[in-house]
Design a protein around this ligand. Structure first.
Ligand SMILES: *Cc1c(COP(=O)(O)O)cnc(C)c1O
Ligand SMILES: [Zn+2]
Length: 423
């Protein structure tokens, strides 16, 4: 399915596969268009995928570039069956796609890989981005690996862990006084004056393709079967809509049978333009001013909001939002039932799963996949103060005394089942 053009999502006008993102006729967004797949080739395609590298590049047939020689491979992250989480929520089958297991610990490694690979083919020497945090990490790291110059623009109130985990790669790190939407506007202006590949602006059509690899991996890891439901976070709505696109492409190519899963989108109450539009029955989003601990999802004016609304409605899903307290609880629930420590965005996703389960919206035999997009070590403040460590002297007696105190000091505490010793 070689890529053939950039095509306007609204009026279908076609453009060459260069660095552009908006239709000159109608200002609609551009997308990579491919030659149609022939289902008769599905067997050969599947063999090629299975013989490919353990990274997103095994899906090169469905991407605008094959990434040959790409220096920092992303993807092929674990899909974990989460029976303890399912039981806790009264669900049948839940899987966790853990995209924290990427080179810079978020799903942004996928999108940056495709944008950067295409930028190199187009001859760019500098790459750049407007970031809510994880994109900054990924652009800085992938530029370093490829030996390209990079400029990373972030809101100045970003989590310290994300700032430190970006600067270390030796990028030009620009902290902007303003929120993400201000940073994005600045970068859109700069992209007119500088011959740079802004991965999520002039390279956005290629960037967006990277998210399809999440769908490909989930399907392949389920032995080329579709899940019944996907729960995924929404910032701009690109990830959410492109997961669906990935499944659709594989159904069309004859690699998967069945229907598109139900799509549930997850946002934070403090930045929920898409969830609000869903609830109001609108097909567009009213911009909001973000105020939430889920900074990686804090886009007040989501570019793909209308397409996310379409997808949720057409697939029989919904878009929900959760409070900062529910996000913190979601992080702990996932950690304590699966051993996966996610950042605030994953707390949003897990909390929305819990909300859907509590409302009884998930059927008794559904196979649900939740998409965990980032790493808990990058947003440590979200769990600060939620537990306390035992403070003891370095003696057995001190430990046993503390254990007794914790046990509530009722009855014959400290009886060891193994030794019968009483303390
Ligand atoms: C960027 C990001 C998302 C969502 O991105 P979209 O703009 O909706 O594609 C989700 N989770 C994390 C952790 C992110 O960094
Ligand atoms: Zn158009």
């Amino acid at each position: 399915m070689p890529p053939v053009s950039l095509r306007c999502k609204e009026c279908q006008t076609e453009y060459a596969l260069d660095a552009r993102y908006v239709c000159e006729r109608c200002f609609g967004p551009l997308e990579v268009a491919y030659a149609p797949a022939n289902p008769a080739d599905a067997g050969e395609l599947k063999r090629r995928i299975q013989a490919g590298p353990h990274s997103i590049w095994r899906y090169g047939d469905f991407l605008p570039t094959d990434g040959r020689g790409y220096p920092l491979p992303a993807g092929w992250t674990p899909l974990i069956r989460a029976d303890r989480l399912a039981r806790e929520l009264g669900l049948a089958e839940v899987w966790v796609k853990n995209d924290a297991a990427n080179p810079t610990h978020s799903f942004k490694d996928r999108v940056v890989s495709v944008a950067l690979a295409r930028a190199r083919e187009l001859g760019f020497e500098t790459i750049a981005c407007a970031s809510t945090g994880n994109l900054a990490n990924a652009v800085a790291a992938h530029a370093a690996a490829a030996g390209l110059e990079s400029y990373v623009f972030i809101p100045s109130d970003l989590e310290e862990q994300k700032i430190l985990a970006t600067g270390v790669y030796g990028t030009n790190l620009v902290a902007v006084g303003g929120n993400y939407d201000d940073v994005n506007r600045l970068c859109t202006e700069l992209s007119g004056d500088h011959d740079w590949a802004f991965v999520n602006i002039n390279m956005r059509p290629y960037y967006a393709e990277g998210s399809k690899t999440l769908a490909f991996e989930i399907a392949e890891q389920l032995n080329f079967e579709l899940p019944d439901r996907i729960v995924a976070p929404i910032a701009s709505g690109s990830l959410f809509t492109k997961i669906a696109r990935g499944f659709t492409e594989w159904i069309d190519a004859g690699l998967l049978e069945g229907e598109l899963p139900i799509f549930n989108g997850a946002q934070a109450d403090g930045c929920s333009p898409v969830a609000q539009a869903f609830a109001a029955g609108l097909d567009f989003c009213r911009p909001v001013k973000p105020d939430t601990i889920a900074k990686s999802l804090a886009i007040g004016n989501p570019a793909d909001g209308p397409y996310a609304l379409d997808l949720a409605r057409a697939s029989g899903g919904r878009i929900d939002s959760v409070s900062d307290e529910e996000i913190r609880a979601g992080i702990r629930l996932l950690a304590q039932t699966t051993g996966v420590f996610t950042e605030t965005a994953g707390g949003v996703t897990t909390a929305v799963l819990a909300k859907l389960a509590a409302r009884g919206e998930i059927g008794p035999d559904e196979r649900v996949v939740i998409v965990i997009t980032g790493e808990g070590l990058k947003t440590l403040d979200a769990v600060r103060g939620t537990f306390s460590a035992w403070q003891i002297d370095a003696s057995v007696a001190a430990f046993e005394a503390a254990a007794a105190e914790r046990a509530g000091a009722v009855g014959p505490v400290g009886v060891s089942a193994r030794t019968g010793a009483v303390h």
